[in-house]
Design a protein around this ligand. Structure first.
Ligand code: FE2
Ligand code: FE2
Length: 302
């Protein structure tokens, strides 16, 4: 099994602001790894909803984007894809990994029929990214981003209790495929995982619309792992029922998590639940947070 020797995740942007970093309803993480041959690789996972806040934080955190090797997009929602061109331009000739549905137009329809575009923002499309010299790989199947680091590709949905979004009656998610409006199950949702030597697999999620439990089970199955070491990222547990959160916690426990740092669309209720359920594994996340696999963070909670 291929592995990476070290993993460092820096939160470039997420909902909570901290120190001089700005918050935003969105997610962007910098993933730095040391591979088995001692080569450093940099991956940007998602690019947030606010270009301004993201670039502010990148400057504040003194992050150099010029040697970014790849960008992985978790899914085609506007809060994960607003600065892809900016990051691709700074990196130059970067490879971008996404699912074939990620760049399709998508709409959220309210109960009263009012519609909102929630797909990838204008000027962040395939042509715009390719103009930077970036190469886009659209794949439904998993991709090996670099040795020991994989996208999940489309995630198999096996749990009975998880759903893409907690919609109320009359609300609709629509995606336009081949000119037709169809029900959007957000099938493009994918995660990134890496097998960290001496530690185990760490899974990074965007919104986890496929379900965070489905995501961990998918990594266990495809990577042939008995346990998952870490989960960092969005879980979309915001606005879920107590029962839904409890079931998620129960299933997470079976995965044996030693590091859990939920953020973005997790919501305060689920975040507090996860902290209580995993007191020794829980790490609060915020814009500017740095997490290194296998090392104690500066602070677990405030
Ligand atoms: Fe999101
Ligand atoms: Fe999303």
């Amino acid at each position: 099994m291929k592995y990476v020797k070290a993993l460092k995740i820096t939160t470039l942007g997420e909902n909570i602001a901290y120190g001089k970093c700005l918050g935003q309803w969105g997610l962007s993480l910098l993933v730095e790894i040391m591979d088995a041959k001692d080569r450093k690789k940099k991956i940007v996972f998602d690019t947030g909803i606010s270009k301004k806040a993201l670039l502010h934080n990148i400057k504040e955190l003194k992050v150099d984007l010029s040697d970014v090797d790849s960008i992985v997009l978790s899914h085609g929602h506007l809060d994960h894809t607003a600065a892809t061109v900016e990051v691709a331009k700074a990196a130059g000739n970067v490879t971008i990994y996404a699912h074939p549905h990620a760049f399709l137009p998508r709409i959220y329809e309210e109960k009263n029929g009012k519609r909102r575009q929630i797909g990838i923002p204008k000027k962040e499309g395939i042509d715009d990214i390719e103009k930077t010299g970036g190469k886009i790989l659209l794949k439904e199947r998993p991709s090996e981003v670099t040795a020991g680091v994989w996208t999940t590709g489309q995630i198999e949905r096996v749990t009975t209790f998880e759903s893409a979004l907690p919609l109320s009656k009359g609300e609709k998610l629509i995606i336009i495929r081949d000119g037709n409006e169809v029900d959007d199950r957000i099938l493009d949702d994918q995660a990134l995982w890496m097998n960290v030597k001496g530690v185990g697999p760490v899974v990074i999620t965007g919104c986890a619309h496929a379900g965070p439990v489905n995501t961990l089970l998918h990594v266990k199955r495809t990577g042939n792992f008995k346990q998952i070491y870490g989960l960092v990222g969005g879980t979309h547990l915001v606005d879920r029922s107590d029962e839904y959160i409890e079931q998620t916690v129960r299933e997470f426990k079976k995965c044996g998590l030693n590091l859990i740092s939920p953020c973005h669309c997790t919501g305060f209720k689920a975040t507090a639940n996860l902290w209580q359920a995993f007191p020794h594994a829980f790490i609060i996340n915020f814009s500017g947070r740095v997490i290194e696999a296998g090392k104690q963070p500066k602070m677990r909670v405030f």
